[in-house]
Design a protein around this ligand. Structure first.
Ligand code: UDP
Length: 341
């Protein structure tokens, strides 16, 4: 195979929600994104901007093969399981996939002489901290196996930095929402557990009602507060993180959020404004593993990466998610998948 002229970036989880948006932005910026994904939660249809290699992070031979074939210059590592509820029910699954898979990836990278990685970590590594704005220096006390497994991967990256010169930009995401404004790709989980797309399903009549998980949290209206960031802003930060590594600036951790929190009830009110329709909803019990409030201090990303969240108002995030839902692509692919059983 002739060597690809553009710099190759291996995108684990490139068939998933955030990874597919990252592939689009990488391709638009002169990179060649190679997706490595086991399609357990991602979709082949979302891989539109470079090749798809179907493989699992737990398969070390397949990982070695993808590094040998494409010789990536760097890695963006999105592939992970990411549902708090599932993590609480089945922690082994999370430790095996998220920690074990990441360890295999790092070892394959180093074997192939690849030393730059941009890693998706999470605000769930912080746990519940009485509503304070969380900075990169805040203590990390995860409440569930999802956050704990991501925190452990941060430790792996740090240790291999010391031992082998691995360079890692670690992004701790707050709540990612919205979709590609061109509606080529978007958020698409089956089943959907995340608030904004679940709300959109309720608005569209694809689910009976949105269930609000808990009304007795110590917040102003009793529902959980989160800091929502648009997926396009998030992947813009990843591009900046990659360039940071290319410039030889070394390992660094950045929060990605807007610094403004909204309660579940406030998001629902904005959804009505963004879609023009009422969100059918009801209250249910708390969901195990949920923190009352997670709000980011993202000054570091602004100061050091020059990152500014451009599309992260609730209105724009909901409008973009709604447009994606309405394109029909979403529904068509979902129904095809269902038909396949
Ligand atoms: N949530 C809810 N109903 C849903 C989905 C989510 O009330 O159907 C709440 C959830 O309890 C949390 C917030 O919305 O307080 C954001 O949850 P999501 O799963 O989107 O992201 P997480 O914060 O778990 O990463």
């Amino acid at each position: 195979m002739p060597k690809e002229a553009r710099p190759v970036i291996l995108v684990t989880g490139g068939a998933g929600y955030i990874g597919s948006h990252a592939c689009k932005v990488l391709a638009q910026n002169g990179y060649f994104p190679v997706t490595y994904d086991n399609l357990s939660t991602g979709w082949a249809e979302a891989v539109k901007f470079g090749p798809l290699v179907i493989g699992d992070l737990l398969d070390t031979a397949a990982l070695d093969a993808v590094f040998a074939e494409y010789q990536p210059r760097g890695v963006m590592h999105f592939a992970a399981l990411s549902q708090v509820g599932e993590a609480t029910r089945d922690p082994g699954l999370y430790w095996r996939n998220n920690l074990g898979g990441s360890l295999n990836l790092v070892e394959a990278m180093l074997k192939a002489g690849c030393r730059d990685i941009v890693f998706s970590s999470t605000c769930a590594t912080y746990g519940d901290q009485d509503g304070v704005v969380l900075t990169e220096e805040s203590a990390q006390r995860p409440l569930n196996a999802y956050g704990a497994s991501k925190l452990a991967v941060e430790g792996v990256l740090r240790d291999f930095g010391r031992s082998d010169g691995l360079n890692a930009v670690i992004f701790r995401y707050f709540n990612v929402a919205g979709a590609d404004p061109d509606a080529e790709i978007g958020e698409w989980h089956q089943p959907e557990t995340h608030l904004i797309p679940a709300m959109i399903e309720a608005v569209a009549g694809a689910r009976e009602a949105l269930v609000i998980h808990g009304k007795d949290y110590p917040t102003h209206d009793g529902t959980c507060i989160r800091d929502y960031v648009h997926v396009m802003d998030l992947v813009d930060a990843h591009l900046r993180g990659l360039r940071w590594l290319e410039d030889g600036r070394g390992s660094r951790v950045f929060n990605l959020g807007t610094g403004v929190g909204f309660s579940v009830e406030e998001v629902i009110r904005n959804c009505r404004a963004g879609t023009g329709r009422r969100v059918p909803h009801e209250f249910g019990p708390r969901r195990a593993g949920d923190a009352a409030s997670l709000v980011s201090g993202s000054q570091r990303a602004q100061d050091e990466l020059g990152w500014i969240a451009q599309r992260s108002s609730l209105k724009v995030m909901i409008e973009d998610a709604w447009r994606w839902y309405q394109t029909g692509g979403y529904l068509k692919q979902l129904s095809e998948r269902k038909a396949e059983g």
